[in-house]
Design a protein around this ligand. Sequence first.
Ligand code: FES
Length: 210
Amino acid sequence: MSTNSTAEGMTEGIDDKGRRRFLIAATTVVGAVGVGFTAVPFILSMQPSAKTQAAGAPVEVDISKIEPGQRLTVEWRGKPIWIVRRTQENLQELESLNALLRDPNSEAIQQPKYAQNATRSLKPEYLVVIGICTHLGCSPSFVKKDDPQAASIREGWKGGFFCPCHGSLFDLAGRVYQGVPAPLNLVVPPYTYLSETKIMVGVDHKEGAA
Ligand code: FES
């Protein structure tokens, strides 16, 4: 169900041109024969192409194979979606970072209401975020605290995301550190649990869902 953003963008551009040409032609015909047919081209122009629909379609993800401490990347609407399975240790360490972060309580609207909590998630074990830096849009690297480069990222690094473009840092809840160029926490997309081992990205969670 994944899509290629570049290919989609190009296709939509071509579709738009074709649609514009069609509407100009249709308008000319309407001008000649009267207003009785105006509804037809309008309705056609409102119908999204199959590719446009596919590009925005929700993505179902099996999270059962993600090991503790690992990250899975999928694509939704041409964007990387990261799903990180956090360990208990990771979750405990999140609290110790609050004083170092720009928006530790996620007050800026960068997540749905149901993810505006201490772990920015529906279930603390799994973080779901859009993997795009909120500075200028690079895709940060996932750096665990025991990775070789961790020491050069920051003293006492507890794991998280490092954007090499201009040095922004985010913790394992996607919260941005103070003193870096990125102004905001990473965005949490709409998502919901279909079961214990499956999530759907692109659909908002409703109370009472799995
Ligand atoms: S784009 Fe990430 S730090 Fe600039």
